[in-house]
Design a protein around this ligand. Structure first.
Ligand SMILES: [Zn+2]
Length: 139
């Protein structure tokens, strides 16, 4: 379908199954070499998983991965697809609530019945005994 002609059609064309997902950004769609939505590239279906994988490489968790994607690209259900994929990533889950080496992104996972000080102290002592004492500890 030729995007330039979409703006010439009446508004009912955006309710077709093929274009309904793009209706929310219809006023932002412009054409300049590639198909763009404002300053973002509208990705075709075949590139969406690859884009999520690339944005996910740093294992920054759901929100940061979605923000990175949103700043560069757009595709229908970007947030849902990203969240679905990252929810199953152990490293991302670890960054949100467990211990992780900031330089290597290596997650330390330990099972605990509580996150009270006594349990946390035991886990930290075990981790520091194994990997050494960190220069800085952030929460
Ligand atoms: Zn991850």
């Amino acid at each position: 379908m030729i995007i330039e002609n979409l703006h010439k059609h009446n508004t009912t064309i955006w309710n077709t199954p093929e274009l309904k997902a793009y209706k929310t950004i219809k006023d932002e769609i412009t054409v300049h070499n590639d198909v763009l939505s404002g300053h973002r590239i509208i990705l075709p279906d075949v590139l969406r998983d690859k884009a999520i994988d690339v944005a996910h490489k740093g294992h920054q968790g759901i929100c940061k991965t979605q923000n990175l994607l949103r700043s560069k690209v757009w595709f229908p259900n970007l947030d849902g697809l990203t969240e679905e994929k990252i929810k199953s990533c152990l490293a991302c889950q670890a960054t949100s609530s467990l211990l992780i080496d900031e330089y290597s992104r290596y997650p330390i996972v330990d099972i605990t019945s509580s996150t009270n000080f006594h349990n946390l102290k035991t886990i930290l002592e075990k981790t520091f005994t194994t990997f050494g004492i960190p220069e800085q500890l952030k929460s």
